[in-house]
Design a protein around this ligand. Structure first.
Ligand code: ZDP
Length: 281
């Protein structure tokens, strides 16, 4: 079988995009997505994203597989890529166009800006332990600067859901963190029944954070949009940063605002098409 695809990235967080507008069922099984994401034996990507028909009055539905075949609820960099992919498929004038996208984290609305960036209304963060989900503290309480034992050490963690789970840790020096060793131990810690994405954050200035991420189901990536949003929310909850903040990731910067007016998080960043191709399955 030949699978037509397009390759996009948002700050080096890269995705294989599939036109699946003809059916609500994704054209590929998760095992095929895993093979396509392999950087040596496949195309190479952090995930596979399908543009499916809209559900419940939305324009489109986004379905995503991580590179390990698991299915996350949401993907911030991925939805910016999806917005550009849809504009390319529709062949429409892009500027100021917004789309209502159905995701497992609710309706998310990306908008194409005149400078080529994409701003996404990511919705409101969820903060109670049961929503994240984590079994740290009581189910109805927020998890802010709670101690968690990992690698024989106590870390102060703050948990935020942007539809998908995030565990945020503020550190003095993000470059000193041994991500490949520590990341998996957070991801698979019994405190997180759905596993977790883990962000290490260094506060450079109140309006500028430096972040490194270990993603659930994908490992080290160059950027994580939902993670950048969750980190600014965590920074505000800990009085460490402003509500409007630049987040520097290994792949570049995102602008994040946790709006005081409506409580929603807005993310602005780039999304680029790299190539198209045919994959032989
Ligand atoms: O929650 C998860 O399992 C993540 N690995 C999903 C992907 C998140 C992403 N990096 C983002 O930008 O939000 C794509």
């Amino acid at each position: 079988m030949v699978i037509e695809f397009s390759k996009y990235h948002g700050l080096g967080n890269d995705f294989i995009l599939i036109d699946n507008r003809h059916s609500p069922e994704p054209a590929l099984a998760p095992e095929t997505a895993v093979k396509m994401c392999d950087r040596h034996f496949g195309i190479g990507a952090d995930g596979v994203i399908f543009a499916l028909p809209g559900r419940d009055g939305t324009d489109y539905t986004m379905k995503i597989y991580n590179s390990d075949g698991s299915e996350p609820e949401m993907c911030g960099n991925g939805i910016r890529c999806l917005a550009k992919f849809i504009a390319d498929l529709e062949g429409t004038e892009r500027v100021n166009k917004s789309y209502k996208i159905h995701t497992l984290a609710g309706v998310i609305t990306p908008k194409l800006e005149s400078d080529g960036q994409v701003t996404v209304d990511m919705g409101a963060p969820q903060l109670t332990a049961s929503e994240i989900p984590t079994n740290l503290g009581s189910p109805e309480a927020k998890v802010i600067a709670q101690p968690l034992q990992v690698t024989g050490k106590s870390w102060s963690v703050t948990c935020v859901s942007m539809g998908n789970p995030h565990c945020i840790i503020f550190v003095e020096d993000v470059d000193a963190i041994l991500l490949t060793k520590i990341g998996p131990q957070f991801e698979h810690h019994p405190a997180f029944p759905q596993r977790t994405n883990t962000e290490f954050i260094q506060v450079i200035k109140p309006n500028y954070l430096k972040m490194r991420v270990w993603e659930r189901g994908a490992g080290i990536t160059l950027a994580c949009g939902t993670g950048a949003c969750a980190s600014v929310v965590a920074g505000v909850l800990n009085d460490k940063c402003d509500r409007l903040c630049t987040v520097e990731l290994p792949g570049g910067c995102l602008q994040i605002e946790w709006s005081e007016l409506d409580g929603r998080v807005y993310m602005t960043g780039p999304a680029e098409k790299v190539f198209t191709g045919s994959y032989l399955n």
